[in-house]
Design a protein around this ligand. Structure first.
Ligand code: HEC
Ligand code: HEC
Length: 389
């Protein structure tokens, strides 16, 4: 034994204690234990209203609220009570190429859809209701449907607001067969209330713990991991380490809620998509935006709009970092369903092609990816981790 070895032993012990502390800290940060409560949305006065949550729940599952009487929000966003993506989207839908986004933890976001064109969860909901490929209802029919079928629920919600009571009365009293113009503003306010109720319901949905959360909990408690859990943990360390996935897929929901250019391949029928950049010119004047008449926020409270990043470099060809929770349940990946397996997604990041969406701007490529160089066993562990989320 030479004289230095006790020092090495001490350093070794210190090092392993430090990695343990890091492991525990990261296990907390990236698991459901690190999740704060849902942020307030000042543009939705009904966000925590139990009666709005109740109406939102009913609307979410109601196939009657569609032109064909066959489409509900839950058709695409619900399977096995987990609010995961169901991608057996009806064929022929104009949005058939857009892959379904997860509802899991959706209330933590500030911008919605792959390109973030809606600036609140309630404004988002008004999109599919009117979309010809989805619920396919015009505004008046949607509002009349709810006034007719959910009178008790609407009365309860609007009884807390003289404003909404007035809108409800005006829509009810308007006689379609008369020559009077429809009360457009009142219709729009009730339409926004439908969105606000759907948002209240989605905000109330808890994030369900996954296999990954069990692994994280075991790590925190110091319980030994079994073989399968070890593999998931190894994948987690590649995700946060060598592969740098967590630079965008950050925190317990595995998203930074931001927009990035990851050089996803294009689809011939779409060509180059400007993505986030395309929706920015209208973002502050959206009909149902935070600055609009139908928002319950003061202008100052719309901070996400006030400070929205509009640079071309950071937004051209960028799309929203999606949550990776429940990603195993998806059958199409990327904003335009470019990939059909998680392996393909991993290979894409590993090779980091420049692709059409990562094209050059002033001699620089806009793609934020760099090749990684993962071994096949590292890819396998990463895949096990993604499947556990
Ligand atoms: C036909 C399938 C379909 C129906 C029906 C549908 N959605 Fe979606 N949903 C999608 C797709 C596809 C996207 C991504 C669309 C895009 O970005 O253009 C999406 C996006 C979303 C998002 C955005 C998530 C995020 O992180 O930005 C929310 C929230 C959502 N839908 C809620 C709803 C609600 C509420 C309804 C009912 C009013 C509904 N959806 C009806 C398929 C559907
Ligand atoms: C520079 C930011 C960034 C990095 C780094 C990153 N991602 Fe992503 N990820 C995104 C964005 C943005 C999208 C959506 C891209 C699109 O559709 O155009 C995405 C999409 C995905 C999807 C598809 C999800 C869905 O719902 O369709 C998976 C899976 C995924 N990423 C996993 C990973 C893994 C694994 C890594 C590390 C190897 C990684 N990401 C690194 C930003 C990033």
């Amino acid at each position: 034994m030479n004289g230095l070895s006790p020092l090495f032993v001490c350093l070794g012990l210190l090092f392993s204690a430090m990695t343990d502390a890091n492991d525990i800290e990261d296990a907390k940060y990236f698991s459901i234990m690190g999740l704060q409560s849902t942020p307030d949305d000042p543009s939705n006065a009904f966000q925590r209203d139990p009666d709005a949550i109740d109406l939102g729940r009913k609307l979410f599952f109601d196939r009657g609220m569609s032109a064909s009487k066959e489409i509900a929000c839950s058709t695409c966003h619900f399977t096995n009570n987990q609010y995961i993506a169901n991608e057996s989207i009806p064929a022929g839908s104009p949005r058939a190429f857009r892959s379904v986004m997860q509802i899991t933890g959706v209330a933590y976001n500030r911008f919605f859809f792959w390109d973030g064109r809606a600036d609140s969860l309630w404004a988002q909901a008004l999109g599919p209701i009117q979309n010809p490929g989805e619920h396919n209802l015009d505004r008046l029919s949607a509002v009349q449907y709810v006034v007719r079928n959910y009178a008790a629920e609407l009365n309860k919600i609007s009884s807390t607001s003289a404003k909404y009571e007035g809108y409800l009365k005006r829509v009810k009293n308007w006689n379609e067969s008369s020559n009077d113009d429809p009360p457009t503003t009142s219709i729009n306010f009730l339409f926004s209330l439908m969105g606000k109720s759907l948002a209240a319901f989605q905000t109330s949905l808890p994030v369900q713990p996954s296999l990954w959360d069990n692994v994280a909990r075991a790590k925190i408690k110091g319980t030994p991991l079994d073989k399968a859990q070890e593999k998931i943990w190894k994948g987690f360390r590649i995700f946060t380490g060598k592969a740098r996935c967590s630079s965008c897929h950050d925190g317990p929901l595995f998203t930074d809620f931001s927009f990035h250019n990851t050089a996803m391949p294009t689809r011939p029928e779409l060509g180059i998509e400007a993505g986030r950049y395309e929706v920015l010119p209208q973002i502050k004047s959206n009909e149902f935006g935070c600055y609009s008449l139908y928002s319950d926020a003061s202008k100052d409270e719309c901070r996400h709009l006030k400070y929205v990043n509009q640079s071309i470099d950071e937004n051209f060809g960028s799309f929203k970092t999606p949550t990776l929770r429940n990603v195993r349940t998806k059958t199409h990946f990327g904003h335009a369903s470019q990939f059909s397996s998680l392996q393909q997604m991993i290979d894409h990041y590993d090779t980091a092609p420049v692709g059409v969406h990562g094209r050059m701007l002033n001699t620089r490529t806009l793609s934020e990816l760099k090749p990684i160089g993962l071994s096949s066993s590292e890819k396998e562990s990463l895949l096990e981790f993604l499947k556990a989320l």
